[in-house]
Ligand binder design. Structure first.
Ligand SMILES: *Cc1c(COP(=O)(O)O)cnc(C)c1O
Length: 340
């Protein structure tokens, strides 16, 4: 077993963590009006590919183009009026910034988004259009986050973590409720892993509501800080590498409080995919009419690369986002989607 097995399956995965247990049912009531419905879709079998029924949760169709709007809306709707008036600050390589900017604008809350270097221009444009103040830095994610935290402190604003926060985790967990409602017979949920808000929230909700469902977290080989941290038993830091799965880049935070222990407890299986596998999955999804970014395609990449053993029931794969520049998609169209 190359990857760390899930810890302490017998006790509740939130035990010992600070703050009240996330309640995705309550979160869904708070944030429902911010969401588009994203009903599950069937993915036809690819020759030589997957066996068994596979459905996708098309969060690339979600408001702001990713599931991140769930966590952002959950966080902002749990702030007090006074906190909202002082405004929010987020640091993001894209989707989290887009989501916070969008939700803040709808709620009339001032938002500042700090951008590290190398952010997809499509995402920057979206954040600007949403009306947020932009602070672009020439640094990697960790330094940019430190800057954002400082700004929040100086301005009396609230910092919105992209993943390491109970309200954010609770918001991402609403995905599990929708999946269970539409596909109660689901045997396995496959999702991308970066900071672990998505895996932690969905995994926690599934432990509570459908403990038999296998939770599979997929990392990009060039953005596997969480997996390295789990293997080391403590939060690690890694230099950032360029990857098609840019949404999965960035650290898990030196002072990670929630998602590191949570992911260790709720994820049953890990898989790692290489760049060529991500590119191929993006091409195939595109051929099926699904515009999915690299970070959103790693789950299908793992399945289509035969990295997951068969399971005794339907698999649901979360296609977490679709904010990809048309130029990149075009560049990927090189060889036909069935080969390579
Ligand atoms: C943020 C993001 C992820 C990873 O979510 P974490 O909660 O950081 O693990 C996956 N896919 C997309 C498209 C994202 O924006």
């Amino acid at each position: 077993m190359p990857h760390p097995p899930r810890l302490s399956p017998s006790s509740h995965p939130w035990n010992g963590l600070p703050g009240p247990r996330p309640d995705p049912v309550a979160a869904l009531q708070r944030i429902g009006s911010f969401l588009h419905p994203t009903p599950l879709e069937e993915v036809p079998d690819w020759p030589g590919g997957i066996s068994g029924p596979v459905r996708v949760k098309p969060e690339w169709r979600q408001v702001t183009g990713s599931f991140k709007v769930r966590g952002a809306a959950s966080f902002l709707t749990s702030l007090s009026k006074a906190e909202r008036r002082r405004g929010v600050v987020a640091c993001s390589s894209g989707n989290h910034g887009l989501a916070v900017a969008h939700v803040a604008a709808r709620m009339g809350t001032p938002a500042t988004i700090v951008l590290p270097e190398g952010v997809d221009p499509v995402k920057v444009e979206g954040i600007r259009k949403a009306g947020a103040r932009l602070v672009a830095l020439e640094t990697g994610y960790d330094d940019a986050e430190a800057h954002a935290l400082e700004m929040a402190r100086d301005e009396g604003a609230v910092f919105v973590s992209p993943f390491d926060d109970p309200a954010v985790i609770e918001g991402q967990g609403t995905l599990a409720l929708e999946i269970l409602e539409e596909c109660p017979e689901v045997a396995r949920v496959v999702l991308p892993l970066s900071g672990g808000g998505l895996a932690g929230g969905v995994g926690l909700a599934l432990r509570d509501l459908a403990p038999g469902v296998e939770v599979v977290a997929v990392s990009a080989a060039r953005a596997r800080v969480m997996l390295d941290s789990l293997e080391a038993g403590r939060p690690m830091e890694r230099p950032e590498e360029p990857t098609l799965a840019g949404a999965l880049s960035g650290g898990i935070g030196r002072d990670n409080r929630w998602t590191f222990p949570l992911v260790a407890r709720v994820v049953d299986r890990h898989a790692v995919v290489e760049e060529v596998e991500i590119a191929r999955a993006m091409r195939r999804l595109h051929a099926l009419g699904m515009r999915v970014e690299g970070g959103g395609a790693v789950g299908m990449a793992a399945l289509w690369s035969g990295r997951l053993p068969p399971v005794g029931g339907p698999t649901v794969v979360i296609l977490s986002g679709g904010n990809v520049s048309p130029r990149l998609l075009e560049e990927l169209q090189g060889p036909p989607a069935g080969s390579g």
